[in-house]
Write a protein that binds this ligand. Structure first.
Ligand code: ZN
Length: 418
């Protein structure tokens, strides 16, 4: 039946064109005081209007009292590595003590430790670990979540990870979007003769990508394009194969050192280029001239204790569409709290609150090819909603680290806090 969400102090609608927002457009979250939302039986928004008007138009509707809270589009978190086994808390202390990335890897930590661990686990084990974590993510207001593979780095373990994501999609109160990240690292067994990295890249392009495509397990393919990980040429080769198999493209680009990866993302027409803390002026110009969304992950730099965040202001001012994501992963960003990412978007990246909301909703959706479906509270869009116990939307990034999300709905159906 039709549902009316009434008695909200504000509704952050983000209503507008069903595409990524750039420049001045990114600065308008279309916040409306004292309106309600009507949701149809099909789970889509019918109208946003004053409560009295909605009640008059839909006298038989079920009524949900928002209790003077703030209703927002559910957050669209477009970059996570949520399928993993054990947490890697010991590395945090090592980093604090000044132990570097390479030394942590030498002591058995880093991505390879997650790979070793994941390969020993069953799909059922991985699914139950991830399901508990995904419920915590949902409890903070996220309703759409991209999830990458990339801790398997073998044909069997990458496929297993993607099957876990597919299985979770039916179990957790979130829309999930799967990304194949077989090129997250070069696995250790391909670093010594007789096997080399060229053979691993051939495995990714000739066996993994066709197998993933055949089972329809991933909407996107991603590559960690960074000096010391995958080169621009290797990345181009892998992503060209993925495009040929019908997948959309994403890149981990210019995260720690500049390698002209943003330029490659623009050249390939990637859906998003992610991280970008070390993007150059040329990279900014290339993204501005492209349709690629710049997805920024300020939680990662915070957790790593790195002083340099992505140049968000320069990106927005140059006309690049900026999204925010959590980068939820066991090594460098173990946060389930998306509102905290909004906080960092404002206080570290110097976005306005409206820019941060658009980055977390409409532009996150665009970074997943879903800008026509989710990310705004407007007629025809999925009723993916989050209700916060605050009176003003600016309090959501303000009470940093708090848990103010009370309920969420996905397609109009209660997802969290029902
Ligand atoms: Zn990542």
């Amino acid at each position: 039946m039709t549902q009316l969400f009434v008695n909200a102090a504000e509704v952050v609608t983000c209503a507008g064109p069903a595409r990524a927002r750039r420049g001045a457009e990114q600065g308008d979250a279309a916040v409306r005081p004292a309106v309600g939302v009507a949701v149809g039986e099909d789970g889509r928004v019918l109208a946003v209007a004053p409560d009295a008007e909605l009640r008059a138009d839909h006298p038989a509707a079920a009524v949900i009292d928002c209790a003077q809270g703030v209703l927002t589009p559910g957050f669209v978190d477009s970059h996570t590595h949520a399928i993993f086994g054990r947490a890697r808390y010991e590395e945090q202390e090592m980093r604090a003590a000044g132990v570097g990335y390479l030394e942590i890897a030498k002591r058995g930590g880093g991505i390879h430790s997650s790979v070793r661990d994941l390969r020993t686990r069953s799909e059922a084990d991985l699914a139950s670990l991830a399901a508990a974590r995904l419920r915590r993510i949902a409890a903070h207001g996220t309703t759409t979540l991209e999830v990458k593979s990339g801790y398997g780095l073998s044909l069997e373990s990458e496929l297993a990870t993607l099957r876990v994501i597919r299985r979770l999609a039916a179990e957790v109160p979130l829309r999930l979007v799967a990304t194949f990240l077989g090129a997250h690292e070069v696995p250790l067994e391909y670093r010594e003769a007789p096997r080399d990295r060229g053979q691993y890249i051939a495995l990714v392009t000739e066996e993994m990508i066709p197998a993933v495509a055949k089972e329809g397990l991933a909407r996107f393919c991603d590559v960690f394009c960074e000096p010391g990980v995958y080169t621009v040429d290797e990345t181009r080769r892998i992503l060209t194969a993925a495009r040929g198999a019908g997948m959309g493209l994403k890149l981990h680009a210019d995260e720690l050192e500049n390698g002209a990866a943003a330029e490659l993302a623009a050249e390939l027409g990637a859906t998003s280029a992610d991280h970008l803390a070390a993007i150059s002026d040329l990279g900014i110009a290339a993204l501005a001239a492209s349709g690629t969304v710049a997805t920024l992950l300020p939680g990662t730099m915070l957790f790593l204790g790195r002083p340099k965040q992505a140049p968000a202001r320069a990106l927005v001012n140059a006309g690049v569409a900026v999204a925010l994501a959590s980068d939820f992963n066991p090594g460098t960003s173990p946060t389930v709290n998306f509102p905290l990412v909004l906080t960092l978007g404002v206080s570290q990246l110097r976005l306005s609150v409206a820019e941060a909301f658009v980055a977390a909703t409409v532009n996150g959706a665009a970074a997943l090819g879903l800008a026509g479906e989710v990310g705004q509270i407007a007629p025809g869009f999925q009723a993916d909603l989050a209700l916060f116990d605050v009176r003003d939307h600016r309090e959501i990034p303000y009470w940093y680290g708090d848990q103010r999300c009370r309920r969420t709905w996905v397609g109009g159906r209660p997802a969290h806090g029902a």
